[in-house]
Structures are given as C-alpha cells and as structure tokens.
Design a binder for this molecule. Structure first.
Ligand SMILES: C[S@@+](CC[C@H](N)C(=O)[O-])C[C@H]1O[C@@H](n2cnc3c(N)ncnc32)[C@H](O)[C@@H]1O
Length: 219
C-alpha cells in the first residue's frame, strides 16, 4: 500500500518535508516511510502494557500507525508549533474513526529534552529529530526515570546516526535487533533497537518484545 492509501485509511495527512530554519541542533520534519513502519511491525512487537514516546513526532504518523496496529498508548512530543497543530488536526480526524479509543494518543508541544519522562514510558522512538547532543540529554532523562522506576526500556532508532549509537553504547544499552529494509535507498534506512538494562544470560525472557529470531539480524 502506498503512503496516500495509508494516510487515507488512518484519516490523517502526514506527507511532505519541512526544514527547520536556523537551529543547528534541531532537524526538520520528514515522516518515517510507511514501508519501513510495516517492516518494523513484522519483526518487533509492542505489548498492551507498553507506552511509546515519539520524540519529535511531527504530524504523528508513527503515533497513529502504532496505535492502530498495536492499540498501545502513544505520546508524541513536537517542538514546532505549526507541525504540532497539524498533529492535533490529525488526531481529531483519526479519533473520529478509530476503534481503539481506550489506548490514548497524546501530543505535547515542547522540547524533547524538557519532556518529563513518565514511569509508564518504556518504548522510545527517534527518527533523527535532533543532534546527538540533544539526544544525549533526552537519554539522560530516560535513565533518571529508569533509576527511579526500574524497568526495561527499548530505544528504537530509524535512520540511526552514528552519534546516536555512540551515545547509547556509552550508556551500556545493548543492541538487540537490527532491521534492514529491502526498499532502502540509503544504508541508514534501517532500524536499530537498543535495550536497557542489557540482557544478562537467563534473566530476561527471549519473548520480551522480539518476534522469534528470524533472518533479520537478531544479535
Ligand atoms: C524527522 S522528523 C520525524 C517525525 C516522526 N517522528 C516520524 O518518524 O514520522 C523530526 C521531527 O522532530 C521535531 N524536532 C526537532 N527538534 C526537536 C526537539 N528538540 N524537540 C521536539 N521535537 C523536535 C521536528 O520539528 C520534526 O517534526
């Protein structure tokens, strides 16, 4: 299915790109391609107890897609006021036809690095929204929350910039899944999923969010 058909089915408008003028740490809007989200959902599972945060959610494509497929609550944080308004318009349109209303979708206008991480947040999505310096601050907030409320958290990177992976490895996150995409035009068109705390043999169940190992690069 192409993006127009996906947007139409979800009742939303998420196509297009938008530059972020004049800020060297913040990147502009571009949605994760639907073909990439389809592949992610074939090999990685979200569970009813999960709560997803999309840092730099843009017009909300990832939020709506995951809510629609997994019925999980999703929070989207967006710094650009106009883009945030577009996400809210999409939310109104989506909720008119959504059948999974018990799981919430919330959009917040603000900076990802100021977001107060909730004890329920455990899946964090990033499509290259900002510099690795800002990413490091966001990760610091996530780890403070994990120290206060111990839990397993996954960080899902689409288009993983080397600076992000250096930060995660420095914080002792473990790479648990790499999802390559057959449609990829660019070597960074892929997902990397990191987990914290790192698994220790015999302590974390294999079933924990990962679909049984396939030939997708499970490490
Ligand atoms: C590449 S887009 C990704 C959109 C969405 N996550 C997706 O995958 O479809 C990155 C978004 O991050 C937003 N952004 C940039 N810096 C931000 C910050 N510090 N806090 C929150 N959002 C930010 C941009 O306005 C843009 O909408």
């Amino acid at each position: 299915m192409d993006w127009k058909e996906y947007d139409r089915q979800l009742g939303i408008k998420t196509a297009g790109v938008k530059e972020w003028d004049g800020h060297r740490h913040y990147h502009g809007y571009e949605p994760t391609p639907y073909w990439a989200l389809e592949r992610l959902c074939q090999v990685y599972r979200f569970h009813p107890g999960d709560r997803v945060v999309d840092f730099g959610c843009g017009r909300g494509r990832v939020a709506f897609f995951l809510h629609h497929h997994f019925h999980v609550p999703v929070v989207g944080i967006e710094a650009d006021a106009k883009t945030y308004e577009e996400a809210l318009l999409n939310l109104r349109a989506y909720l008119r036809q959504a059948k999974h209303a018990p799981a919430t979708i919330t959009f917040e206008h603000g900076l990802a690095e100021k977001y107060q991480v909730d004890a329920a947040d455990n899946r964090f999505y990033f499509f290259n929204p900002f510099s690795s310096l800002v990413f490091q601050k966001v990760m610091g907030n996530i780890l403070k929350s994990v120290a206060a409320h111990p839990r397993t958290v996954d960080v899902i990177l689409f288009y993983p910039m080397p600076g992000y992976t250096v930060v995660l490895e420095g914080l002792a996150f473990e790479l648990v899944l790499e999802i390559e995409l057959p449609e990829a035009q660019d070597p960074l068109d892929k997902f990397l999923i990191y987990r914290y705390p790192a698994r220790r043999r015999g302590r974390v169940k294999d079933s924990d969010a990962l679909v049984p190992a396939t030939a997708v690069g499970l490490r």
